[in-house]
Write a protein that binds this ligand. Structure first.
Ligand SMILES: [Zn+2]
Length: 398
């Protein structure tokens, strides 16, 4: 099936006609010249000069924890500690609420309507909740496949060693088909980083899946932990298949720590999702990009009991990253948009392709004159296209 997009401006460039066929971008022609292929087109859509961007990548989505669509819950916890986070998580699991599959579906569908066509979603795994969330996320991965490519990470939200029974559940998650095995603060939470890395990398190696680590360890401990993760990544030949998020060591490193971290991430092929926290500075994304580090953006925890913030909109994340970094030039704001799309793809193990012939026809259409303008003030997404099919229009799923 072919779709013809007329008069769209790819990344803010000249007006073009874009031919989509068999889920790919089949051709890109100067505007007004695509009539020659019009007879092949199944559907023709005039974009009226709007911007055409590559589909967004959400590399860090806690859709299973989102209370999106549920009655508003008043939040009282003040402490910003892992113990408080564990308390809030346990309390949230006990809340009267819609089943995890229903809540996660709402949030994932909202994320797609905002332009995410590739999503790495974490599924909490713990003896306290068993594998209900993991199975729900695996079912959604299949059911929502026409809307987005979803990778499911089996995630030990309450730690591994401190929460006995978790290792077995992680292994069962991989047997059930999870795409990656996760870890949480191997040093800071479980207090035995080497043993945790043995467990997580052991499972990743045995089941041939990716490994992913949340790492709130900062300072020298954080740098040490990244070194240990890099050692195992190299030893197992897992370059490009290991990722991290919430890398607090990158928030306020010394120049020497930054140089070490950037070099280690780049050389060992560990990608990470850029943390855009209210609490912390954004990492030096431009410096890391220049060093060759693969990075994406992520919606993170969105409207959980822990935090009311977040809405699954990756273009808004790009805006917040740029705002906190005080990026002002068009070139910098275009870089922020690229992390939402083509550059972000590399961080989740995909080819870093944009809107180009032969690339997947995963596209986002937005009104506006310039990409920088769309980053500064993210507009409602006019169209979201997945594998050549329009899946959302004017901010709502079709
Ligand atoms: Zn997270």
């Amino acid at each position: 099936m072919r779709t013809l997009l007329l008069n769209g401006r790819i990344d803010g460039g000249d007006a073009t006609d874009i031919v989509l066929a068999d889920g790919l971008i089949a051709d890109i022609l100067p505007a007004g010249t695509a009539t020659a292929v019009a007879e092949h087109a199944g559907e023709t859509i005039d974009l009226g000069g709007q911007l055409v961007l590559a589909g967004f990548v959400d590399g860090h989505s806690h859709a299973d924890k989102s209370l999106w669509g549920e009655p508003w819950v008043r939040r009282h916890s003040v402490d910003i500690t892992m113990d408080q986070m564990f308390d809030d998580t346990l309390q949230q699991w006990a809340l009267p609420q819609a089943p995890v599959k229903e809540r996660a579906r709402r949030f994932l569908e909202k994320s797609v309507a905002a332009g995410s066509t590739t999503i790495r979603a974490y599924a909490d795994v713990a003896p306290q909740i068993g594998l209900d969330g993991l199975h729900a996320m695996l079912e959604l991965r299949d059911e929502l496949a026409p809307l987005a490519d979803i990778q499911v990470v089996a995630f030990p939200q309450l730690g591994i060693l401190r929460n006995p029974g978790t290792v077995d559940l992680l292994e069962q998650s991989l047997i059930a088909g999870a795409d990656a095995v996760g870890g949480l603060d191997p040093a800071g939470v479980d207090h035995d980083a080497l043993r945790v890395l043995d467990i997580v990398f052991g499972l990743a190696d045995r089941y041939g899946v990716m490994a992913d680590f949340h790492a709130h360890e900062d300072g020298e401990l954080g740098v040490w932990l990244v070194d240990r993760i890099a050692e195992r990544t190299r030893a197992l030949g897992m370059s490009g298949r290991v990722s991290m998020c919430d890398v607090f060591a990158l928030a306020s490193p010394t120049p020497a720590q930054f140089a070490r971290l950037a070099g280690t991430f780049a050389e060992s092929g560990i990608a990470f999702s850029i943390g855009v926290h209210g609490l912390l500075p954004v990492p030096d994304v431009k410096g890391l990009h220049e060093a060759g580090v693969a990075m994406c953006l992520g919606s993170d925890s969105s409207r959980s009991l822990w935090s009311p913030w977040g809405d699954g909109d990756i273009l808004s994340r790009a805006m917040m990253m740029a705002y906190k970094s005080y990026w002002r030039t068009d070139e910098d704001l275009e870089l922020a948009a690229a992390f939402a799309g083509p550059l972000g793809r590399r961080a989740v193990g995909l080819e870093p392709v944009g809107v180009e012939v032969g690339a997947p026809a995963d596209l986002v259409v937005v009104p506006g004159e310039a990409v920088a303008e769309a980053v500064v003030l993210p507009p409602t997404r006019s169209l979201v296209i997945k594998r050549g099919v329009v899946v959302a229009r004017d901010g709502a799923l079709i």
